[in-house]
Design a protein around this ligand. Structure first.
Ligand code: CP3
Length: 339
């Protein structure tokens, strides 16, 4: 039997059909997830391999997907280095005791990932593989810069002003924090690769707030440092708003690159060359009528070509997304015929 489509696509082989999975494929847009969440908090889902595995399965049971992604969150690393994270309804994540100074930074720890709740992600991957050895599962982690954003700002933000203030006023402390996060993130990704993930994605969601110069100075070296700790599974780099950095993404050392919908995937191919690309439909397009969704999916598949492409959204699926839109997207990937 040949390897799964996503494994072959990540190797750059020509595949008979482009594989499809999508970011946040398990979550609130699904009624089964909301039902479980009415009884269990989000953090408790992330703290139990049995529950996380159950949620990982939910979208696979509902749709014809080519890969699972382990259910967890990027902010588990924040807890592992010593800051509590709360998810307040309607507000997103909150860190009540953000890190804003060299003294704050000293209060953090460098954990052994197998001795923290980070272990749950690799335990979930192992559990998943026991019941579905045929279905590829991806692991993931937040990138050091994106985690730094939450750690310093204390939550989401439009400008991440506190983060930039620390970068400019105390770059040494910012660098120490990035180094610490990179080491923990790298170990966490490696643990998931060793647990059997067929690929590991690094989410640098907020790196797009940086100028190209600052991206090269802060985000890039911390990704390189994290990825240097990962072997045995291909790595996928994702940044929202990465259009200004497309020509530099190869420097990360990642094996594949997520592309958001602001970039034509044909253009990304021309800039990045013959490497696996992942994306890039606008998640809001899933609210469009089925014919329009099909047209958009086929356009992306035609522009990306038969090799080096994994179909995905350009960012996570939104909680109010209609199931019919998700179905139309996946069916369109299956029904696509190459010219
Ligand atoms: O993709 C998947 O299905 C795997 C699970 C996954 C989650 N978060 C579950 C989740 C993944 C890969 C993430 C990544 C993540 N988490 C990112 C990077 C990708 C991105 O979306 O930009 C970021 C920035 C976070 C941090 C985070 N977690 C935020 C900002 C929030 C609150 C906002 C929101 O969407 O609710 C979360 C919570 C979260 N993570 C939920 C889920 C399913 C919702 C929790 C709930 O049930 O209330």
């Amino acid at each position: 039997m040949s390897d799964p489509l996503i494994v072959r696509a990540l190797r750059g082989e020509e595949v008979e059909r482009t594989p499809v999975w999508f970011m946040r494929q398990a979550g609130r847009y699904m009624a089964v997830y909301r039902e479980l969440r009415s009884r269990v908090s989000f953090l408790d889902l992330c703290r139990s391999a049995e529950l996380a595995c159950e949620v990982t399965f939910q979208p696979l049971d509902a749709f014809r997907l080519d890969a699972a992604i382990v259910f967890s969150d990027i902010l588990t690393v924040i807890e592992a280095v010593g800051r509590e994270v709360e998810f307040e309804k309607g507000k997103g994540p909150v860190i009540h005791d953000p890190v804003r100074s060299a003294a704050d930074a000293k209060s953090l720890r460098r954990p052994d990932v197998s001795e923290t709740t980070l272990r749950v992600a690799s335990d979930t991957i192992r559990l998943f593989r026991q019941s579905r050895p045929d279905m590829p599962i991806l692991g993931f982690a937040g990138a050091p810069f994106t985690l730094l954003c939450y750690l310093i700002q204390g939550g989401g933000s439009k400008s991440f002003d506190e983060v930039k203030k620390l970068l400019w006023t105390d770059p040494q402390t910012a660098q120490q924090l990035l180094d610490l996060l990179a080491d923990v993130v790298g170990d966490h990704m490696q643990a998931q690769a060793e647990a059997g993930a067929v690929g590991v994605q690094i989410f640098d969601t907020w790196a797009g707030i940086l100028s190209p110069e600052d991206w090269e100075r802060f985000a890039l070296p911390s990704i390189q440092r994290a990825l240097a700790r990962v072997s045995g599974a291909p790595t996928i780099h994702y940044t929202r708003d990465n259009a200004p950095f497309l020509d530099r993404l190869h420097k990360t050392g990642a094996d594949a690159f997520g592309i958001d919908w602001r970039v034509d995937i044909g253009h990304a191919r021309a800039v990045l060359g013959d490497v696996p690309l992942q994306g890039n439909m606008d998640p809001v397009a899933l609210y469009a009528p089925p014919d329009e969704i099909t047209r958009r999916v086929h356009r992306i598949l035609d522009a990306a070509g038969p090799r080096n492409h994994i179909f995905n959204l350009g960012h996570g699926v939104l909680p109010t997304t209609p199931i019919s839109g998700v179905e139309a997207m996946i069916e369109a990937v299956h029904s696509h015929r190459r010219a």
